[in-house]
Design a protein around this ligand. Structure first.
Ligand code: NAD
Length: 356
C-alpha cells in the first residue's frame, strides 16, 4: 500500500486542489493525513465527505504564517512529508488586494519552510533521508506565451500579476531552502485546474452556475485567451507521485495537454447545459457577453509535461471533453454544496478591474 504508516501534512487541504489531494490520499493510499488550513473564504470542509470519523484523518485550523502553531503540529504528528497547497489563489482578488497574497504565499511559505527545516533536522537519519516537502505552484509564474511554444521546467520566470509574482517568490524560497540548507524539497508548476468542489468564483464553476440561473455569461476581453485545462483528480495523482518518486530539488510541470480558448470553454459549458438543463428561453450561448479584459491578462499558458510523463509515468486520465462533462454533471447533482456557498454571502460580481 502506498504511504503505509506515513504521515503527510496537506496545507490548504480544505481548498479546491488540497481537498482533492486529501480525498485521493484517504481513498487510494495508506497515508495518515493532517489537513492544516486557516479556513479562509475559499475553504470548505464539506469537500472531504469521507473525513468524518476517518481513522487516518486529522484536521487542524492553523495559519501557515503562524510559526508556533506549525511547530506544535510538527511536534505532535512528526510528518514524513509536507504538501504545501495553502495559498491565496484568485488572480482577480490579487489585483484588488495584493497584501493577503504577499502574506500567505510568501511569508507563509517562508514560515512553513523554517518549521519543516527544524523538524527535518531533528529526524533520525533514515527518516530525514526519506522526508519530502512538495511546494505546489502554478504555470502563471512563467508569464504569457506566444501562439506556438510551451512552458518547460527551464522557462524563465516572468510573473505578471500580484498572484503569480507571490507564487514565483515562494518557489524561489523553496529552491533556496534546498540549496542552502539541504531541505529535501520539490516544486510542481501546474496549469489551470477544474473539476468537482471548485469555488464558484473561478471561470468554469462561475459559468456553470450563471448559466443554470439564466444570467449573463461574462467573457473577459475577446475570449481568445488560452489556458491548458487539467482535471483536478489528475493533478492530485501527479502530486502524490512526485512526493513518492520525484527527484529531490527538481521541478515538475503538470498539464493536461488540453488547450482551449476561454470562449471555447464557455461555449462547451453552454452546450452541456443545453443537454442536461435546457432553458425554454433558448440555447445558453445566447447569454454570452464580452466584458472589459482583466488588466495584465496573460494571453496563453500551455504546459509541456514530458518530464513528469517520462520520469514518473504520469498521464492525465481525463481529456477536456470527458472532464468537463463530469464537472457539469457534478454541479447539477451537488447543488447543496454550492448553494451553501452562495447562501454564505458569496456574490458573483466583477472584481479585479483597475482604472489606469
Ligand atoms: N486552481 C488552479 O487552477 C491552480 C493551478 C496551479 C496551481 N495552483 C496552486 O495550487 C494551490 C491550491 O490551489 P487551490 O485552487 O486549491 O486554492 P483554493 O483557494 O481553492 O484553496 C486554498 C486553501 O488554502 C487555505 N489557506 C489560505 N491561506 C492560508 C493560510 N495562511 N494558512 C493556511 N491555509 C490557508 C484556504 O483556506 C483554502 O482552503 C495553490 O498554491 C495554487 O497557487 C492552483
Amino acid at each position: 500500500m502506498r504511504f503505509a504508516d506515513k504521515t503527510i501534512f496537506v496545507t490548504g487541504g480544505a481548498g479546491f486542489i488540497g481537498s482533492a489531494v486529501v480525498r485521493h490520499l484517504l481513498d487510494d493510499t495508506g497515508a495518515r493525513v493532517v489537513n492544516i488550513d486557516k479556513l479562509t473564504y475559499a475553504a470548505n470542509l464539506a469537500s472531504i465527505p469521507q473525513a468524518g470519523g476517518h481513522p487516518r484523518y486529522a484536521f487542524a485550523q492553523a495559519d501557515i504564517c503562524d510559526g508556533p502553531a506549525l511547530r506544535r503540529l510538527f511536534e505532535t504528528y512528526a510528518p514524513d512529508a509536507v504538501m504545501n497547497l495553502a495559498a491565496e489563489s484568485h488572480v482577480d482578488r490579487s489585483i484588488d488586494g495584493p497584501g493577503a497574497f504577499i502574506h500567505t504565499n510568501i511569508v507563509g511559505t517562508f514560515t512553513l519552510l523554517q518549521e519543516a527545516l527544524r523538524h527535518w533536522r531533528g529526524l533520525p537519519q533514515e527518516r530525514a533521508a526519506a522526508f519530502r516537502l512538495l511546494h505546489v505552484s502554478t504555470d502563471e509564474v512563467y508569464g504569457s506565451l506566444g501562439s506556438e511554444d510551451l512552458f518547460t521546467e527551464t522557462t524563465p520566470y516572468a510573473p505578471n500579476s500580484p498572484y503569480s509574482a507571490s507564487k514565483a517568490s515562494s518557489d524561489h524560497l523553496v529552491r533556496a531552502w534546498r540549496e542552502t540548507y539541504g531541505l529535501p524539497t520539490l516544486v510542481t508548476n501546474c496549469s489551470n485546474n477544474y473539476g468537482p468542489y471548485h469555488f464558484p468564483e473561478k471561470l468554469i464553476p462561475h459559468m456553470i452556475l450563471k448559466g443554470l440561473a439564466g444570467e449573463t455569461l461574462p467573457v473577459y476581453g475577446d475570449g481568445q485567451n488560452v489556458r491548458d485545462w487539467l482535471y483536478v483528480e489528475d493533478h492530485a495523482r501527479a502530486l502524490t507521485l512526485v512526493v513518492e518518486h520525484g527527484r529531490v530539488g527538481e521541478t515538475y510541470n503538470v498539464g493536461g495537454r488540453n488547450e482551449r480558448t476561454n470562449l471555447a470553454v464557455v461555449e462547451t459549458i453552454c452546450d452541456l447545459l443545453d443537454r442536461d438543463a435546457p432553458q425554454p428561453a433558448g440555447p445558453h450561448r445566447r447569454l454570452i457577453s464580452f466584458v472589459t479584459d482583466r488588466p495584465g491578462h496573460d494571453r496563453r499558458y500551455a504546459i509541456d509535461a514530458t518530464k513528469l510523463e517520462t520520469e514518473l509515468g504520469w498521464r492525465a486520465q481525463e481529456s477536456f471533453e470527458t472532464g468537463i462533462d463530469k464537472t457539469v454533471r457534478w454541479y447539477l447533482e451537488n447543488r447543496a454544496w454550492w448553494q451553501a456557498i452562495l447562501e454564505r454571502g458569496y456574490q458573483a460580481k466583477r472584481i479585479g478591474v483597475v482604472a489606469r
